[in-house]
Design a binder for this molecule. Sequence first.
Ligand code: K7E
Ligand code: CUA
Length: 644
Amino acid sequence: MSKRATLKTFLSLITVLSLFSTTLFAESLKSIAKRRGLSDKDLIAAAKTYTPTGKKDEYLVFSSGGQSGHLIVYGVPSMRLLKYIAVFTPEPWQGYGYGEIEGMHRLKEGEIRGRKITWGDTHHPALSETKGDYNGDYVFINDKANPRVAVIDLNTFETVQIVKNPIFKSEHGSAVVTPNTEYVLEGAQYPAPYENKYVALTQENFNKVYRGGMTYWKFDKKKGRIDLKRSFTVELPPYMQDITDAGKSISYGWSFTNSVNTERYIGGYGNGNTKLKNRLANEAGMSEKDTDYMHIINWKKAEELFKKGKFKKTNGMPVISMKDMVAANALVLLPESKSPHGCSVSPDGRYIIVAGKLDTHATVFDFKKIKALIDAKNYASKDAYGIPVLDMKKTIHKQVQLGLGPLHTQFDKEKGIVYTSLYVDSSVARWNYLEGKLIEKLPIHYNIGHLITAEGDTVNPDGKYLIALNKLAIDRFNQVGPLHPQNHQLIDITAKKPMQLLYDMPLPLGEPHYAQMIKADKLHPKIRYKKKSFKHYVRPGQEKVERSGKSVTIHSTAIRSHYSPEVIEVRKGDQITWHITNVERAQDQVHGFGLDTYNIHGSIEPGETVTFEFVADKRGVFPFYCTEFCSALHLEMTGYFLVK
Ligand code: K7E
Ligand code: CUA
């Protein structure tokens, strides 16, 4: 055949093949849809979320891990899980709490009053911000149960600090950052005495000694750590402070915190008396009044008071009194529909949207009006603690009926458009808070708590995706016993109307509350550690075992596929300090280190030096080995630790 004829045959063959393949593909897509019972809508949803191998996600979500005490990272739109970051809870894979000194130190740092705590109830992650926008440097997360806040460095996705609140006994309005991450906020929840003392639960004591509060943890951006010496707390009444948001732009310098139980109802049901009689149960007693209070705090002024030394220390925490805050006109209360939950500041900082769980309305407060009243000291009344109370009516921009159980709100790219979760209704409401109009509702499955949109609480929301963080899954997934996974539902919000449900993701790790969604290209995590950045870095060829009395220090290296040294002999009772440097440079070449029955396990990432400390308190022969399948000869990556 001539060259031209070959080309001709080749071309016609391609035409036939491509025709054949399109019909084949079209047919098979149809037949797959038929076989699996998929609608056209389902196919579109699949195309919008399916992420072929090697392709990356546009956004990353940092979700609280609820009772697991971890932080969960996943991609959007694929909804692929990427990482559980160990924060308040031991996690062996990452070497967090199993002998690796870094993780041990973190958990030690989180001990409260000498008690080791190995769980946390994480609720609200907060990505660090610059000018009100996520900067991708850090993420903070709170522990509601044991009042603590953790700092996670997004260079490594590792927890680098845990601070504990020395005066709160629980917290909730946390973690929240101010627009330039000047402070990380932590609001108390269940009022209690600041001191660690017994104070009988009488109404009188409750009113006088039990307290709420708002802690402003100073974040030192240079060090990447919270600076305890520059942190302070504003004393608040024993109202149950709840969700908090920081002001921005025109409301910069202020923070807003909801509350419930401004009735100061202390219960009684169960207090040696399980019959209700004349007393109400908490749920009724705490929602007797029609309104509760939003706490409006000028943290810039509080900072000035702190710097002037206008505080008293309790358990080492500087506390600015309500009296001093009121005298500085820096603490004001605003009535809001009773038992509210969400509290969200608009991207321009002007509006604060509050949804009352027990009210079908969302209230849009206008900060301009609030500020004018505060500046003029135009107050309607005072509460029992002498804190001025604003006239609610004078501060409202709109009140909009959304449905049953409105909770949290997030913002769209388009001005005025917001999304509010409706817990009881099991739906998401899309509405316009500037015009006060409900646009549409989308049913979700089931009982939504928080919801998030892409960068939806920043000064520059992206819109695009919404995720419903549902509380119940019920019948959405295969049954796995009475305890079900949570259900995060991805929703497309790009069209003006309607919203489209795209994907259900089960999350079997605690009950997440809040999450935040950040553009993936804002994150620049490292691939390997700089070996020299570790004090105990071991250079290949310089491995050794040193003894000084009962202290044995092992300087060893790990590389595919051996540890050096491989055999280590010590005496019973020796105090062991074991440094291991992973001298690999290649991406993802991690070595594990597991030691037989010593409850020691670590993760040694490329370039990293990890240190283990323990006492060789059991005699015997203990193999150690690499727990990551790092190479074909990974099983051979082993050695013996002998204790005689
Ligand atoms: Cu609504 Cu802790 Cu933010 Cu749960 S909280 S949902
Ligand atoms: Cu190193 Cu397996």
